[in-house]
Write a protein that binds this ligand. Structure first.
Ligand SMILES: N[C@@H](CCC(=O)N[C@@H](CS)C(=O)NCC(=O)O)C(=O)O
Length: 204
């Protein structure tokens, strides 16, 4: 059994999609970030960074308990444990890794910066606009790419799609103008968002 400590943020959603889509049984422990539940001694013992998500797999490698943070690490761990959503052909792996890293390290941190600026006591509008422009540019590249192929890394659904969807769904909910008017991205998001596991994962 797996315990997942998460909130409905991009990173929390990514980790939960991973467990849902890989068919791994888990118990969700919602963490209220606004109450500082990610800064308690118990939480910091699991992740000294004081950040969600954290996953505890009581039957990790070798049957030993495993505590893991970093949403993309959880995504890859779940995929490897279940044998799902990773290319079987080694030649397809580099494209999957490139797509995965762009989704996890280009899209998500930029969303985090825009949210952070907007929530700050004295939001600096030009900086927020600059990062929104960067995010829109990244989504535009994804839109063009998804015009040529079905999924994030090619013709097969992979963990890269789940990572990208976690960022896309939050951007669309809170800063919709960064991903509007992108028909290929919308076509792809409609398909990913219709998956039952993804639908369960985004409800916190
Ligand atoms: N790179 C980490 C980032 C985790 C992260 O930034 N978590 C945020 C929520 S999305 C958090 O816990 N923020 C609270 C804090 O940093 O105090 C991941 O992919 O899991």
């Amino acid at each position: 059994m797996i315990d997942l400590y998460a909130a409905g943020t991009t990173n929390g959603i990514r980790a939960r999609i991973a467990l849902e889509e890989c068919g791994l049984a888990y118990t969700l422990h919602p963490i209220a970030l606004e109450k500082g539940e990610h800064k308690t001694p118990q939480f910091l013992a699991m992740n000294p960074m004081g950040q969600i998500p954290v996953m505890v797999d009581r039957e990790g490698p070798g049957g030993q308990p495993l505590t893991l943070s970093q949403s993309t690490a959880i995504l890859l761990y779940a995929a490897e444990k279940s044998g799902k959503h990773l290319p079987k052909d080694p030649a397809k792996r580099p494209a999957m890794l490139q797509a995965l890293m762009s989704a996890s390290t280009d899209v998500t941190p930029t969303i985090g910066v825009v949210f952070g600026i907007n929530r700050s006591k004295e939001p600096h509008a030009p900086t927020a606009e600059m990062f929104k422009g960067r995010l829109k540019g990244t989504f535009k590249v994804w839109d063009e790419s998804l015009g040529k192929r079905k999924y994030a890394a090619g013709e097969d659904l992979t963990v890269a799609d789940f990572s990208l969807y976690a960022g896309y769904v939050r951007a669309r909910a809170v800063i919709a103008d960064t991903c509007e008017g992108m028909p290929n991205l919308e076509r792809w998001a409609k398909e990913i968002g219709a998956r039952p596991g993804v639908q369960r994962a985004v409800k916190f």
